[in-house]
Design a protein around this ligand. Structure first.
Ligand code: ADP
Length: 468
């Protein structure tokens, strides 16, 4: 069985969020003596490009509307990623030093057309084409409706929705950019009067998955306009919980962190990492440290941070450290808090992979009061590093974290994304921290919870097999 994962992001090549982590790990865990699982993504002008060597597999011209563009398929020389990687290089459109911008319609269409044109040249066709998010959402439509790709129409396609907020909408005015198709089928592209690549994929893919079972159910109620469509297509929809790459995220040999540790050395290991963070960010190391890592957007509840943090920090009973970037207003408000809470609060605005690992290792608690959380990987990384998650009961957070007051519980959960509930949840975490024997026991316990890909990678394979 030969599977192509087609995605805009893949760790460690280009990462913006969880999509990269999933596409960079799932193929490793799907691989077996009978399964080849590979990744296709755009060729970006980033550090990975500068630090690696590539060879050209295929060269062609792709047509978008009335224009032709050079296109090459590259592969990595000396690949030690654990899966085969193919890069679609459309120099004029895709080769940028960023992944996303405000205007990506033609860029990602070029990626999809470059990929499908290359598929047409393959003697051995793939068994499955697995598309991730709206950036690859026109592939199932083009494979079944565009005249040019008719020889691919019997290849099963799977769409995974990592985030339904973003749908890739564009106007019918530029419909001619999509390779010619029977116009009677234009309705498959449309949702609400515009072309909606995510909706088109939900309609045309053979199966649709979301990254956790709860998120699937939540989307049927609220999906940024797609709820009726998901209800209508519910027979082909299923939620499969993401796993984590336990090789990359392993406190025992993580080369990013200050001191490695395992369950039996957790106290001294976490202490050394926390000490480094406290020194670096001028925080009081005796107090419990609550951290946040992520995008500073409404979905993550981060617009409520400035007010919540003011309330929490006036008690002076914990420290808060934040790593993230996003809405400028939230970033500015969070930076402005700093002088008020020296030794108790700090924020690093930006993206820093190494720092994120040290925070998972050194913090005592990880805060995730998300309004929407399709799966959430941070809470699973934090468990693996013995950091107790504080989460809102939503999406994948609901599927992975049980409150300490429940039987077998190990996290701190709250029901709604409000200032009061964030403040109360952090209050509960401080109480837990002060109950030293209980806190130590929970820390050790969470390190042994298995969120590796083994179960979920198999669920995907079962799903692929059901399509043959
Ligand atoms: P998202 O909705 O952003 O995809 P996920 O929880 O699925 O959220 O995945 C987020 C991933 O991105 C995690 O690996 C997290 O550590 C990482 N991440 C998010 N923001 C930052 C940042 N500012 N610096 C480093 N890593 C980050």
């Amino acid at each position: 069985m030969k599977i192509y994962h087609v995605s805009a992001e893949c760790y460690p090549i280009a990462k913006v969020g969880g999509l990269a982590d999933v596409v960079g790990s799932l193929p490793k865990y799907q691989k077996s003596s009978t399964i080849v699982s590979q990744v296709v993504m755009p060729f970006y002008n980033n550090d990975f490009r500068r630090n690696n060597k590539f060879s050209v597999l295929h060269e062609s011209k792709i047509t978008i509307g009335d224009s032709d563009f050079e296109c090459r398929i590259l592969t990595l020389k000396n690949n030690n990623l654990g899966f085969d990687l193919f890069l679609v290089d459309v120099p004029k459109l895709l080769f940028k030093d960023f992944v996303y911008s405000n205007n990506d319609t033609i860029r990602f269409l070029a990626f999809q057309i470059g990929f499908l044109d290359w598929m047409l040249t393959q003697n051995e066709k793939p068994s499955i084409i697995h598309c991730h998010d709206h950036h690859t959402g026109l592939i199932p439509f083009m494979m079944t409706q565009s005249y040019k790709y008719q020889s691919l129409k019997n290849i099963p396609t799977v769409l995974t929705i990592h985030n339904a907020q973003y749908q890739g909408w564009f106007s019918h005015d530029i419909i001619n950019v999509i390779p010619e198709f029977n116009f009677a089928k234009v309705g498959l592209l449309d949702w609400g009067g515009v072309i909606n690549p995510l909706a088109a994929a939900i309609k045309c893919a053979w199966r649709v998955t979301t990254v956790s079972p709860s998120y699937m159910e939540e989307l049927k109620i609220k999906a940024n306009g797609l709820e009726n469509l998901l209800n209508h297509e519910s027979k082909k929809c299923v939620g499969i919980l993401n796993g984590i790459d336990t090789e990359v995220w392993n406190p025992e040999n993580d080369s990013y962190i200050v001191k490695n540790y395992k369950s039996s050395t957790i106290q001294s290991g976490k202490k050394t990492n926390k000490k480094w963070l406290c020194k670096h960010f001028n925080l009081d190391e005796k107090k419990p440290m609550v951290a946040f890592i992520g995008r500073l957007v409404g979905e993550k509840g981060s617009d409520l941070f400035p007010v919540s943090f003011r309330n929490i920090l006036k008690e002076k009973s914990c420290t808060i450290l934040l790593l993230g970037s996003g809405h400028k207003e939230i970033e500015d408000e969070l930076k402005a808090l700093k002088p008020n809470f020296i030794r108790e609060y700090n924020v690093f605005i930006g993206y820093d992979e190494k720092l994120s690992h040290i925070i998972y290792a050194g913090a005592d608690f990880l805060l995730m009061p998300s309004r929407v959380e399709p799966c959430g990987l941070n809470q699973m990384y934090s468990l693996r590093y013995g950091t107790v998650p504080i989460v809102r009961n939503v999406g994948g957070l609901k599927d992975t974290i049980t409150d300490i007051d429940q039987i077998g519980g190990f996290g701190i959960c709250h029901e709604r994304t409000t200032v009061q509930q964030i403040v109360d949840a952090v209050g509960r975490s401080i109480k837990l921290f002060n109950d030293d024997p209980k806190f130590k026991k929970i820390r050790k316990k969470i390190m042994s919870i298995d969120h590796s890909w083994s179960a979920s990678a198999n669920e995907y394979i079962k799903l692929y097999k059901s399509l043959k």
